[in-house]
Design a protein around this ligand. Structure first.
Ligand code: F6P
Length: 333
């Protein structure tokens, strides 16, 4: 599809930015936005450090070569930030003035639900159409089966946990591994199932430490001494160190160790899935802008593009399927 005069196209210069926590695949998304925009005859600008670059006028013209050789790279060539100033009207006004100076009349925001809320407010106040692309390792956005970076993060976690399992097994230890996920347990759930974890602790579910203790005691009676506990950083216990403290107090004979995987999960070369979904989402984001489908974010559901109003992009909370939790319980025996 190329732009034709019948289309409701008001957009001729677009900006693209990455905001919030970075995620592997953001570069592939930037590349898709830039090249699709240029294909349709638009001018494309890269905005550095998310909304902060809009406020500080750190905006650069992008050409096809600007995004060469980045599809395989983690991080984001545009850099990212969580910008407090953009939460205030004055900050957003400054940002708007800088866009106006350059004639930028459409925006693609790659980030999570917080970034989408910012884009929604901004588009309403200043009549600049914004399109969101779901980019977060946490996969905690309603309306999309995938977010850019989740698959890579989970595969990084799996690789690390598999290695820990080798040494854990050699010493008959209980290992408590903390993965990312401040509000969402998807990384813990996926990486835990994929590595055969005995226990998975997620923010969406309450967990009684005594029940973990009882289950470890029962396993000890069966001579099953190796136990892997995967906990999301946002679990109510306070994370891996707190769980270790609680377990050590109640199970003095168990050898427990902790490993916090941390930001290693946010880096690295994106997987095939993340590169492909980022390319698809980036491509469709630009098509949204040129066809007048404004103020939505682009998700993928059942392998089809899904366009959800930005103001509905709430964090997906508590939606973990009971089926998955049953699987964990049964397979961990
Ligand atoms: O991007 C999401 C996320 O990785 C969360 O899982 C984590 O809690 C948070 O970002 C960490 O943020 P920061 O890099 O600012 O410490």
């Amino acid at each position: 599809m190329r732009i034709n005069k019948k289309m409701k196209n008001k957009v001729s210069k677009i900006g693209v930015l990455t905001s919030g926590g970075d995620s592997p695949g953001m570069n592939a998304a930037i590349r898709a936005v830039v090249r699709t925009g240029l294909y349709h005859g638009l001018e494309v600008f890269g905005i550095m450090k998310g909304y902060q670059g809009m406020i500080e006028n750190d905006i650069v013209k992008m050409e096809s070569r600007s995004v060469a050789n980045i599809i395989q790279r983690g991080g984001t060539i545009l850099k990212s930030a969580r910008c407090k100033e953009f939460l205030e009207y004055e900050g957003r006004k400054k940002a708007y003035n800088h866009l106006k100076e350059k004639g930028i009349d459409g925006l693609v925001v790659i980030g999570g639900d917080g970034s989408f809320r910012g884009a929604d407010t901004f588009s309403k106040e200043f009549d600049i159409p914004c399109i969101g692309l779901a980019g977060t390792i946490d996969k905690d956005i309603n309306g999309t089966d995938f977010t850019i970076g989740f698959d890579t993060a989970v595969n990084t976690a799996i690789e690390a946990i598999d290695k820990i399992r080798d040494t854990m097994d050699a010493h008959d230890r209980v290992f408590i591994i903390e993965v990312m996920g401040r509000d969402a347990g998807y990384i813990a759930l996926h990486s835990g199932i994929a590595t055969g974890a005995e226990t998975i602790l997620i923010p969406e579910r309450k967990t009684n430490i005594d029940s973990i203790v009882n289950s470890l005691l029962e396993k000890e009676r069966r001579k099953k001494l190796v136990n892997l506990i995967v906990v999301a950083e946002g679990h109510e216990s306070g994370g891996a160190n707190k769980i270790q403290e609680a377990l050590s107090a109640k199970l003095p004979n168990a050898e427990t160790r902790v490993c916090i995987l941390g930001h290693i999960q946010r880096g690295g070369s994106p997987t095939c899935i993340d590169r492909v979904i980022a390319s698809r989402m980036g491509f469709h984001a630009v098509e949204c802008l040129i066809t007048g489908r404004y103020n939505v974010f682009v998700g993928i559901q059942n392998n089809r593009m899904n366009y959800i109003p930005l103001h509905d992009a709430v964090k997906e909370k508590g939606k973990i399927s009971e089926e998955w939790l049953r699987i964990v319980k049964i397979l961990a025996s």
